[in-house]
Ligand binder design. Structure first.
Ligand SMILES: *[C@@H]1O[C@H](CO)[C@@H](O)[C@H](O)[C@H]1NC(C)=O
Ligand SMILES: *[C@@H]1O[C@H](CO)[C@@H](O)[C@H](O)[C@H]1NC(C)=O
Ligand SMILES: *[C@@H]1O[C@H](CO)[C@@H](O)[C@H](O)[C@H]1NC(C)=O
Ligand SMILES: *[C@@H]1O[C@H](CO)[C@@H](O)[C@H](O)[C@H]1NC(C)=O
Length: 153
């Protein structure tokens, strides 16, 4: 009896380790919200996948919420990362894709933060999953209230 229990425990441990090694660990941490003027700022957005989920496509849109509450599209990932057409001059060339290949990290970066970048940002993602016998979709939204401070303060 005791041997059987030990065998079961052993198999369970093997299983746990096998599962953990399958994919890079994805940790859904809260994004940093304090940026420093003149520096690079990673605007973190994480959308973890469960072990059984295989994503066929992830689409991401990043918005800046202006003082007038307007959601302005500032960056997108649609088959590849890109600056949206007709993006406001203010954002042109200032944002870069900062996500991972497996699309669990779907962050962008602000190259040279200005005090005027203070404000609210939204990361909105949608994903199509493929399972063995069916597909499904999911969404994830995160909001970052960014505060920019002067260096050394
Ligand atoms: C994010 O951008 C920084 C600065 O350009 C770079 O050092 C880093 O490797 C980037 N990370 C990813 C995941 O692209
Ligand atoms: C960063 O932005 C400031 C003001 O917008 C500009 O004066 C400075 O030249 C920029 N620095 C770099 C490295 O682009
Ligand atoms: C401040 O940022 C907004 C976009 O967030 C932009 O439309 C505006 O022109 C910027 N103002 C200055 C003075 O750069
Ligand atoms: C994210 O926002 C969209 C609308 O912008 C909404 O349809 C969706 O349900 C939201 N997803 C979650 C997980 O809240």
């Amino acid at each position: 009896m005791a041997t059987q229990v030990r065998v079961v425990l052993h198999l369970l441990l093997l299983y746990i380790f096998a599962v953990q090694e399958g994919r890079p660990v994805c940790v859904d941490v809260d994004p940093e919200t304090e940026a420093v003027k003149g520096e690079f700022m990673k605007m973190k957005c994480v959308y973890c996948m469960k072990r059984e989920e295989i994503s066929t496509r992830t689409m991401v849109k990043w918005y800046y919420i202006g003082p007038d509450k307007r959601e302005v599209l500032i960056y997108e990932y649609h088959d590849e990362p890109r600056e949206p057409q007709n993006v406001e001059d203010y954002w042109k060339g200032r944002l870069v894709w900062n996500g991972s290949k497996d699309m669990q990290d779907i962050s962008i970066g602000i190259l040279n933060v200005t005090l005027n970048d203070t404000g609210t940002y939204k990361c909105k993602a949608s994903r199509h999953y493929k399972y063995t016998f069916f597909t499904s979709t999911g969404t994830k939204n995160i909001t970052i209230n960014l505060k920019v401070k002067e260096k050394g303060k």
